[in-house]
Design a protein around this ligand. Sequence first.
Ligand code: DHK
Length: 145
Amino acid sequence: MKQIYVLNGPNLNRLGLREPQIYGSTTLSEVERICRDAAQDRGVEFRQTNSEEKLIDWVHEAIDSAAGIIINPAAFTFTSLALFDALKMFPGPIFEFHITNIHRREAVYHHSHVSRVATAVMAGLGAEGYGTAMGAMCRRTDLLD
Ligand code: DHK
């Protein structure tokens, strides 16, 4: 069975230290643990980058090797048509994930380029929400297998 890719964008490497009043105190390695626990025996590829090029390369890689993608594109959500174009090529389910409810935040966070290609959008559940996203993705891709 193909793996689930969990891809994280810029500044999320600072999770836990970065604006804890907004993003909470859970670190990215704790988020990885949450995802792997929720996936149980499903294979998980968990990555983070501050580079738009790398994020796009990982989406290309996922086209051939992933059953589904859970992606927190962070700031690239609102800036990257290149990421949108890359995700359009992915044949499986794509869950767009945000720790915060972007629609309750500043206007710069209101228009996502990713939502137009995403199967589902999850925002505002906090870091724990990654586990919810993984559970849903495993159920959905089990059905597809
Ligand atoms: C993370 C970011 O880095 C911001 O650019 C987004 C997103 C929100 C989050 O909630 O996970 O606006």
